[in-house]
Design a protein around this ligand. Structure first.
Ligand SMILES: [Zn+2]
Length: 156
């Protein structure tokens, strides 16, 4: 179910992903997109296709699907980007519609034990793409290709 006055629901209803994102793949109950800021290469977001602001608002089956979508997206990022660790953040304070931030963390990370939001270099890079469009496109395709090998069901 979608609701009015939700920016994510509006995007999902329109079928048009904002240009600052890059569509990766539609999964069971979510859409994977490349985040605008690629300071952490491979950073993605996973938008739930049903409107909810808290995980407990989803049905048991929806939670299972959302969790599986998250796990395979993370695995695809791991295969393509080979980070040291992947972080998962489900915040919703600014955009109150369930969406995971899936964040690869690397050996060069200046604050490896802190959330990325505390990294001043990341903050300063927030208005830059941090990656050439061609490289971003290549990475998006690689993550999509990897995801397709991981999906245990037929992708929509
Ligand atoms: Zn929504």
């Amino acid at each position: 179910m979608r609701i009015p006055n939700c920016s994510v629901c509006a995007v999902l209803d329109s079928g048009c992903i904002p240009k600052r994102y890059m569509f990766v793949c539609r999964l069971q109950i979510s859409i994977a997109v490349m985040a605008p800021n690629q300071y952490y290469p491979g950073r993605c977001e996973l938008w739930c296709t049903a409107h909810a602001t808290e995980l407990f608002q989803l049905s048991f089956r929806q939670r299972q699907r959302f969790s599986e979508d998250l796990a395979i997206l993370a695995k695809a990022i791991q295969q393509v980007c080979t980070p040291k660790k992947i972080n998962y953040e489900l915040l919703g304070n600014t955009v109150p519609h369930l969406h995971w931030h899936v964040i690869p963390r690397y050996n060069w990370d200046p604050l490896p034990k802190r959330p990325i939001w505390e990294n001043k270099s990341y903050q300063e890079s927030a208005r830059r793409a941090c990656m050439e469009p061609s490289e971003r496109q290549r990475m998006t395709i690689s993550i999509r290709d990897s995801l397709r090998t991981l999906i245990p069901y037929r992708a929509l």
